[in-house]
Design a binder for this molecule. Sequence first.
Ligand SMILES: [Fe+2]
Length: 311
Amino acid sequence: MAQDSSGLTGIEAVQFSTTDLAQASRFLDDWGLVDAGSDETCLRRVTRDGAEVEVRHCDDPALAPGVEEGGSLRAVTWGLSDGDQLAALAARLGDDAETGSDGLLSIKDPTGFTHRFRVRQRGEAVADLQLVNGPGRANRVDARSTIYTAPAPIGIGHVVLFIEDLEATLDFFTRRLGFVVSDSYPGHAAFLRCRTPGPHHDAFVLRRPGKPGVNHVAFTVGNIHEVFGSGLSMSAKGWQTDIGPGRHPISSAYFWYFRSPMGGSWEFYADDDYCTADWVPCEFERKPELFAEWAIAGGIDGNTRRQARSA
Ligand SMILES: [Fe+2]
């Protein structure tokens, strides 16, 4: 796998708090995550590529400290390509980092979210090949297009954080960890990727002084049809759409967000931009049409298969 100098390989694991473990467990199952050794106090699930989700009750002392009450993101574990890269990062972080009780190198960002690091353990999972037909381009021949009926997320693609101080946060992610800015809203927010070449963003940080927290965590699926099918399945099981389906002009991804019992939203997404060293970052002004080229506010009812209508 091609790596740049950061050695980072993406998200290995996320740790969440919740006020309702039973509801969280049902959400994780419906989200298509596979159990990986849960017990009464800790839910452990994995994606298809082995990325890990850990959820505990918000009062559980085993959690990393929170930046907000109740359900929220507590920690993100990032992968490094090998032990040398991990040692180089530890040297770069110096005394600001520590080794946690789990043995992982650990540091808090300027807002207070915990970031941990380990040599990559996640496997590889590859999206279904999506063949698209068009006039003069018969790519899918004698074959019907797949209809997806349940989520099976491939991996954890990115986290989105409400942060206190943008400049300090950008310094933390870029200078100390080695991320680069893919695109930004100057003075407000930035899309950050941890490897080049690599997907458009592994983290998006938004300034919200005095009210830090998780905005969302996003799971990769293979293509737009899998976004629709995964969302419809969640909707049919009674989970509330935050917004979606829709499409982001920045990053080009198709999305569908659901309200999560772990705080903030969880997102299915597909078909995001992929950046090499030739990617040209842009600075944008904040406008609603830059969040979504189009989007369905209330989601699609999973049973009627029609746009959800408020009562
Ligand atoms: Fe997202």
